[in-house]
Design a protein around this ligand. Structure first.
Ligand code: RTP
Ligand code: MG
Length: 140
């Protein structure tokens, strides 16, 4: 297994409830290292570009408005098998289906406001990291 990097976003529902530290503890306890991190407020245009793959879905407007509704924490997580490991720690998209102990089981409010984003494959991880971070901002 190779060391990988993945893009993580702590979403506005979680920053609003002051959960950044508790979520980061879940990543670190799972062996993921936070090698870049910044708190920003996304514009609607940035959220629309980031989630362009979902532009035809009925929830696109709701999703992008939510992502621009408050601060988010953008992160690069690094570790063995980091993409799959992060998605394991996150839990299923719908918190009602998320396994006990996962971030979404413990913290998510609904399928839309589900506390975290994580890249889903090596190609999307590389694209999503490059969308938000310059190389010098990532310190492994
Ligand atoms: P993410 O991309 O945020 O890591 O989440 P995911 O892979 O588990 O889920 P995905 O299918 O990629 O959907 C992206 C985000 O869209 C919102 N969503 N809302 N209202 C709905 O039925 C619905 N379905 C998806 C969620 O915020 C989901 O994380
Ligand atoms: Mg996704």
């Amino acid at each position: 297994m190779a060391t990988e990097r993945t893009l993580s976003i702590i979403k506005p529902d979680a920053t609003r409830r002051n959960l950044t530290g508790k979520i980061n503890a879940k990543f670190e306890d799972a062996g993921l290292r936070i090698v870049a991190q910044k708190r920003v407020r996304l514009s609607l245009a940035q959220a629309e570009t980031f989630y362009a793959v979902h532009s035809a879905r009925p929830f696109f407007g709701e999703l992008t408005e939510f992502m621009a509704s408050g601060p988010v924490v953008l992160q690069v997580l690094e570790g063995e098998n980091a993409i799959a490991k992060n998605r394991e720690v996150m839990g299923a998209t719908n918190p009602a289906d998320a396994a006990p102990g996962t971030i979404r089981a413990e913290f998510a409010e609904s399928v839309g406001e589900n506390s975290v984003h994580g890249s889903d494959a090596p190609e999307t991880a590389a694209e999503e990291i490059a969308f938000f971070f310059a190389g010098l901002e990532i310190v492994g």
